[in-house]
Write a protein that binds this ligand. Sequence first.
Ligand code: NAD
Ligand code: IPM
Ligand code: MN
Length: 358
Amino acid sequence: ADVKKIAVIAGDGIGPEVIAEAEKVLKKTEEVFGYRFETEHGLFGGIAIDQKGTPLPQDTLDMCKNSDAVLLGAVGGPKWDNNPKELRPETGLLGIRKALGLFSNIRPAVIFDCLKDASTLKPEVLEGTDLIVVRELTGGIYFGEKFRREGANGEEAVDTCVYNVQEVERIVRQAFEIAQTRSKRLASVDKANVLETSRLWRETVNRIAPDYPDVELEHVLVDNCAMQLLRRPSSFDVIVTENMFGDILSDEAAMLTGSIGMLSSASLGEGAFGLYEPVHGSAPDIAGQGIANPIATVLSVALMFRLTFGYHDAAEAIERAVKEVLDAGHRTGDIAVDKSKAIGTTAMGDLIVNAIRK
Ligand code: NAD
Ligand code: IPM
Ligand code: MN
């Protein structure tokens, strides 16, 4: 049979805890659907700094390049927070995205009906919310030149934000195409009233919009979008935006679903290859306690099946299993209303695995 190679990089904090549950899901789908996966593990992030002196060792990057998809946990933690840039776990994360050409980060925020009470927002506001943030991932202020200098009043720091037309066009076209497969509404989010990169962004969106006449386009300024996401979340379908705005808005969108522990993501380039990771970080405040919610990572596996492998049956089975377990009332602490009844990471993983069937 066709064996898919998956590079697994668990990282730091709760990364290994949630990845362990995702790997159980991989194994179960092999049994149920007959697919074949070969997993290889690599060091990445803070643990790689400790053991190899760099957050993204060359052998880890090579392993990812030689695989069909990458499954990533999370990186970072207080231990490395005061390190210089080259010795920061986050630098490894930016490096792997860039090195693999993953310019498009897809972050779906879907409300499970039974979790409406887990959100901090009123259930009637959340009704019908089903949106996707399409975040540009390899440009903008994250990747522009950064430096310190001596200014008139002492030390200064500079981060530059750069976008070229080609970078904007490829991500916006992808977002239009995704919108065409959904409710055909696209919100392009920028700060065109202030930023030159945003004006280029908006001009580019307007230039290519006629190629997608069936998609209803709105331009929303990012500050207003942050507000509208809480006021009328269900009116959004696809949101496309630059790197840093997408980072911030996707964490905000996560809270519509009840918890950041629910949000999955896919990072894609031009082909089928993709990197799949939860939107959340390494959660140092709960790491090692076995209480992290593994659902974001499990749902990232479903995204991998759908977007890279085309295993739609298995993707649906995973999503159905998650819904079934939540419908039955099982909750990790982050989504539990009654925290005294919360279950741990492995218990949640086991319940989902047991609910996966054809
Ligand atoms: P975080 O997402 O790690 O945590 C924010 C809050 O959400 C914490 O209270 C945490 O306990 C909670 N949380 C996150 N995931 C959870 C889960 N699965 N289940 C239950 N609760 C969960 O963000 P942070 O605290 O700002 O960052 C911590 C570290 O993670 C930093 O070093 C940061 O750079 C890094 N980070 C990494 C990634 C990544 O690897 N993709 C993403 C974001 C942050
Ligand atoms: C994310 C994270 C990363 C980002 C950090 C850890 C570099 O917040 O994946 O959302 O800002 O892209
Ligand atoms: Mn983030």
